[in-house]
Design a protein around this ligand. Structure first.
Ligand SMILES: NC(=O)c1ccc[n+]([C@@H]2O[C@H](COP(=O)([O-])OP(=O)(O)OC[C@H]3O[C@@H](n4cnc5c(N)ncnc54)[C@H](O)[C@@H]3O)[C@@H](O)[C@H]2O)c1
Ligand SMILES: [Zn+2]
Length: 357
C-alpha cells in the first residue's frame, strides 16, 4: 500500500491500494474510537455493490448508514438537507465522524455536510471511482445550484483518504474513461515520461491493478503538490482546469449526464492542445479514439452553441475566454484567447478529428 501526505492547512494522508480500508481499524482506530457516532454517507449504487465489504472493516463500531442517490444527483440541496436531518435524528454532535463512501459526487456532498454540520465535524474520504483520485484530494466540497454546478460549497480537508482499489473493478466503462481523463490531465500538466506511458494505452481493460494504482498515485501526487502550493485557488490550482473550459461548456450544452465529466474533459484537452500548438495532439486524438472517448460530438456541436457557456466560465473574466494551455508538457499557463481565434481553432480541430474517426 502507498501513502502520500497532503500538507494542506490541515495535513492528512492518502492511502492507496488493495485493502486500504484495513487502516480504519488500525492507524485510524483512535479517530473512530473518539467519535460518539460514526455515519457512513454512501452512494446508493456503491452501497449495493460494496457496503458489506466496507462494514467488515468497521465491525468494532456501531455504524449508521445513509444512502444518497447515485452519482451527480446527490449534489442537491435536498440530499444535503436529508444528510443533516439524518445526522440530527441520529443525535450526532460535534464529536461525530462522517465517512464519505462513493465517487466524487458523494465525496463533494458528504464533505460539504461535514464542513457545515454544527460548524464542522471530521470526515474521511473513501473514494470508489478512478476520477475520485482527483476529487477526494484537495478539500473542495460542493453541491449544485440550478443556476450552476458546484456553486455552493466550502474548502474543507478530510482527516484521511483511504483509496481501496479493490472497489474499482466494478466501474462501468464510461466511468473508467472519465477517471482516466483526469489521470492523463495530471500527466499533461506535469510529466512527459508518464504522459508517454499513458498515451501508449489502447485499452483500459488491459491495465493491470498495479499499473492503475501507480497512475493513481502519480495523479494524486500532482494534485497534492498543487493543492499544497495553492490551497484556495489563487494561482497554480487553476492549472488543474486544463481542458475544462470547453468541457464545462460541453456539459452545459448537452445537459449534465449525457457524457461523463472526464469524457468532456478529453475533448476539452484536445482543443487546448490545438490552441497550444502542442506536438502530441495527433497522438492524443488517436488515444482518445482508441479508448472510446466521444470525439464525434465535436462534429455535431457548433462552436456558437458552446460560446455562451465559455463566457460564463468562472475562469473567464469580463467576457474574454481564458484557457489553460501548455507551453509544453508540464508547463501550463493561462492565456486569454480572442473569440475569433477560439472559433477558428475549433473548426480546425473538427477537421483534424474527421481524419481519424
Ligand atoms: N472536489 C473536487 O475537487 C472535485 C474534483 C473533480 C470532480 N469533482 C466532482 O466529482 C463528481 C464526479 O465524480 P465521479 O466521476 O467519481 O462520479 P460520481 O460520484 O458521479 O459516480 C459516477 C457513477 O459511478 C457509480 N460508482 C461509483 N463507484 C462505483 C464503483 N466502485 N463501482 C460501480 N459504480 C460505481 C456511481 O453510483 C455513479 O453512478 C462531479 O460532481 C465533480 O464535480 C470534484
Ligand atoms: Zn475535472
Amino acid at each position: 500500500m502507498k501513502q502520500l501526505r497532503v500538507e494542506a492547512d490541515h495535513p492528512y494522508s492518502v492511502h492507496i491500494g488493495a485493502g486500504a480500508f484495513e487502516l480504519l481499524a488500525d492507524s485510524y482506530r483512535s479517530l473512530l474510537d473518539k467519535a460518539d457516532r460514526i455515519v457512513v454517507i454512501a452512494d446508493e449504487r456503491v452501497a449495493e455493490l460494496h457496503l458489506p465489504y466496507l462494514l467488515e472493516f468497521l465491525a468494532d463500531w456501531d455504524i449508521r448508514v445513509l444512502t444518497v442517490p447515485a452519482g451527480e444527483s446527490a449534489k442537491s440541496v435536498e440530499t444535503y438537507m436529508a444528510c443533516h436531518s439524518f445526522l440530527l435524528s441520529e443525535n450526532c454532535s460535534r464529536d461525530s465522524l462522517l465517512l464519505a463512501f462513493g465517487g466524487g459526487a458523494t465525496g463533494d456532498v458528504a464533505g460539504f455536510v461535514a464542513s457545515t454540520f454544527m460548524r464542522g465535524i471530521p470526515f474521511i474520504q473513501l473514494p470508489t471511482t478512478i476520477l475520485a483520485h482527483d476529487s477526494a484530494v484537495g478539500g473542495k466540497t460542493a453541491i449544485n445550484h440550478e443556476l450552476g454546478k458546484n456553486m455552493i460549497g466550502t474548502f474543507y480537508q478530510p482527516k484521511a483518504v483511504l483509496y481501496d482499489s479493490k472497489l474499482l473493478g466494478t466501474l462501468p466503462p464510461g466511468e473508467v474513461r472519465s477517471g482516466m481523463a483526469e489521470v492523463i490531465k495530471h500527466a499533461f500538466i506535469s510529466n512527459e515520461e508518464w504522459l508517454e506511458e499513458l498515451l501508449a494505452i489502447r485499452d483500459f481493460n488491459k491495465m493491470t491493478d498495479e499499473d492503475l494504482n501507480r497512475h493513481l498515485e502519480k495523479g494524486i501526487a500532482v494534485k497534492a503538490a498543487i493543492v499544497e502550493e495553492d490551497e484556495f485557488e489563487g494561482g497554480v490550482r487553476k492549472y488543474l482546469n486544463f481542458g475544462h473550459t470547453l468541457a464545462h461548456a460541453l456539459e452545459g450544452h448537452l445537459g449534465y449526464g449525457k457524457v461523463t465529466h472526464g469524457e468532456a474533459v478529453v475533448l476539452g484537452m484536445a482543443y487546448a492542445l490545438l490552441l497550444s500548438d502542442h506536438d502530441k495532439l495527433d497522438r492524443f486524438i488517436q488515444w482518445s479514439s482508441a479508448n472510446g472517448y466521444p470525439l464525434y460530438l465535436l462534429r455535431e456541436i457548433q462552436f456558437a452553441d458552446l460560446l455562451p457557456y465559455m463566457k460564463k466560465d468562472k475562469k473567464s473574466s469580463r467576457g474574454a475566454l481564458n484557457f489553460v494551455l501548455l507551453e509544453r508538457t508540464g508547463m501550463p499557463f493561462v492565456e486569454q484567447v480572442q473569440e475569433q481565434r477560439a472559433n477558428a481553432a475549433y473548426e480546425k480541430l473538427v477537421l483534424q478529428i474527421g481524419d481519424v474517426i
